[in-house]
Design a protein around this ligand. Structure first.
Ligand SMILES: [Zn+2]
Length: 228
């Protein structure tokens, strides 16, 4: 089995990869993409003491929050589905790029389609927080067809999706020991921390950007046109 890359045809279209006959979503990590080590230290910044890397470079921070470091790149090794590559997730939610194909998702009406796993198909609610990037209508139908974890899902058109915070590992400000995740769900090892909560977010190493969804209109994927 080998990964097959198709040449990008558009200026901003990332390469599309296929594995066992199915497209590998843009957001999925590959085995060649692994977290890189970084010695955590107390670091003095403009806002005071914060979590930092001993050999920190400007690219280690986003919105003044420390992020995980990743090696490799898209298409290296084998895809790890379902999974999330932290830096592509961040890119997708900040630039409204499709989690499946990596292209911009803005529709002609200015809204974006969001699709997420939902036990029982519970609808997406106004103001709901998510780490899931938007998606095109066609890509959403493909994901529902190909991804077992999307057997139960909810979809909505969204007017606004401002950034809310990050999801990551919180560290003790004194000992720099990792804190236990807040939630009891073992499938969610990351703690969500709001950008407004400065006293906590400066001691968090982020692995996802978190946004909130507003102006929600629940939709049935089969009702959407072929062009999102
Ligand atoms: Zn797409």
């Amino acid at each position: 089995m080998t990964a097959v890359a198709e040449t990008a045809t558009g200026g901003r279209t990332p390469k599309q990869f296929f594995w066992n006959g199915k497209r590998v979503p843009y957001i999925v990590p590959w085995s060649g993409e692994q977290p890189l080590p970084g010695k955590l230290v107390h670091r003095r910044g403009p806002g005071g003491l914060a979590l930092g890397y001993a050999d920190e470079i400007p690219g280690d921070r986003f919105r003044d929050v420390l992020w995980v470091r990743m090696s490799g790149g898209l298409g290296m090794g084998r895809p790890a589905m379902p999974g999330v590559q932290p830096l592509r997730q961040r890119r997708c939610v900040n630039h409204f790029l499709c989690q499946v194909c990596g292209r911009p998702t803005e529709r002609r009406d200015g809204r974006h389609l969001f699709l997420m796993h939902a036990a029982g198909g519970v609808a997406i609610s106004e103001g709901e927080r998510t780490q899931t990037p938007p998606v095109h209508g066609e890509c959403a139908r493909e994901a529902v067809r190909d991804c077992p974890h999307l057997r139960e899902y909810a979809a909505a058109l969204v007017e606004h999706a401002p950034v809310w915070g990050v999801a990551g590992i919180e560290y003790d400000p004194h000992t720099l020991a990792p804190r236990r995740p807040e939630g009891s769900d073992k499938r969610q090892p990351l703690t969500e921390v709001a950008y407004e909560d400065r006293s906590r977010i400066v001691w968090t190493r982020a692995a996802r950007e978190v946004i909130s969804l507003h102006g929600i209109t629940p939709v049935d994927l089969s009702d959407l046109g072929l062009v999102a």
